[in-house]
Design a protein around this ligand. Structure first.
Ligand code: ZN
Length: 232
């Protein structure tokens, strides 16, 4: 698959298969998993589950220690167990809509725990989709839009066609500081500012500059930010 074919592809299974063939490491798949959990953010009603995803992303970016990630994952495990129990209870005496909400919360807490503890796993996508569907009270989520959103996240965190590592002259104090701010604060509105800093440093890479100015979804693990942070 060429870079153009990769970007044009809207088949998630094909993209995942290609990523594996192209030896995507655990890190991009982990951050893909975290990014997908954020698609089901509304169903992650327990702050412990959200914190575990946040901690996992920060750990993958080198911002916090393995221990802090593990502590967050342990808290997410407790949230998962409580959510599963609440769903079990809801199956007996609550309305249909409450049952679906409880099921969504339980599924979302399940994926958040497992991704934060161990990373991406088989069956993950189906569980996130189900959580989103149950939360939306719909058994027919907008498959096309969903596919686009999942694909967009994978395309954001995995780009084996990039120039690597970034030329040293790009990595000015300003560019690195902006990239760190983007990652730490998830402030992707700063990507065009990063593009300006890179151009000031002599970057003429059309792919890098176009990505910074694109409206595509960006997540922690965005390949341009990683390139500047030397995290590829
Ligand atoms: Zn990006």
């Amino acid at each position: 698959m060429t870079r153009a074919e990769w970007l044009a592809c809207d088949n998630l299974l094909e993209l995942l298969s290609t990523a594996r063939q192209m030896r995507a490491g655990k890190r991009p798949l982990l951050l893909f998993g975290c990014g997908c959990c954020r698609l089901a953010w509304d169903a992650l009603t327990d702050e412990r589950s959200r914190s575990a995803i946040d901690a996992t992303e920060l750990w993958a970016g080198g911002f916090i220690s393995s221990r802090r990630r593990a502590v967050a994952a342990k808290a997410a495990d407790a949230a998962r167990i409580e959510a599963a129990a609440a769903w079990e209870r809801s199956r007996q005496d609550r309305s249909s809509s409450e049952r679906m909400k409880a099921h969504a919360v339980s599924l979302a807490a399940h994926v958040a725990f497992h991704v934060s503890k161990s990373g991406y796993y088989d069956g993950f996508i189906g569980q996130v989709r189900s959580a989103m569907g149950f939360w939306a009270m719909s058994t027919r989520p907008d498959e096309t839009r969903e596919r686009e959103r999942f694909c967009g996240i994978l395309q954001d965190v995995f780009n084996p066609w990039r120039q690597q590592p970034a030329p040293g002259e790009w990595l000015t104090t300003t560019a690195v500081a902006i990239a760190r701010q983007i990652y730490a604060a998830r402030d992707f509105s700063l990507l065009p500012v990063l593009a300006d800093a890179l151009m000031d440093a002599g970057c003429e890479d059309a792919d890098v500059l176009a990505h910074c100015n694109s409206t595509e979804p960006h997540v922690r693990g965005c390949w341009v930010v990683d390139l500047v942070l030397g995290r590829c």
